[in-house]
Design a protein. Sequence first.
Length: 57
Amino acid sequence: MRAHEFDTPAVHELRKKDPELDHALSTLVTGVIAHRLMTTRTRSLNLYATHSAGQVP
């Protein structure tokens, strides 16, 4: 896992001034979040699917 730290006020100012940067950062962050959600979903399905196989609620 990688983590990056940014000066938030400076990034907000840059995003306000540059719509292309704003779009690029939004796309990047959204992609990371989507990937993490899919990974978590897959792990959960793999973990719990084997334990509940054949059981009907």
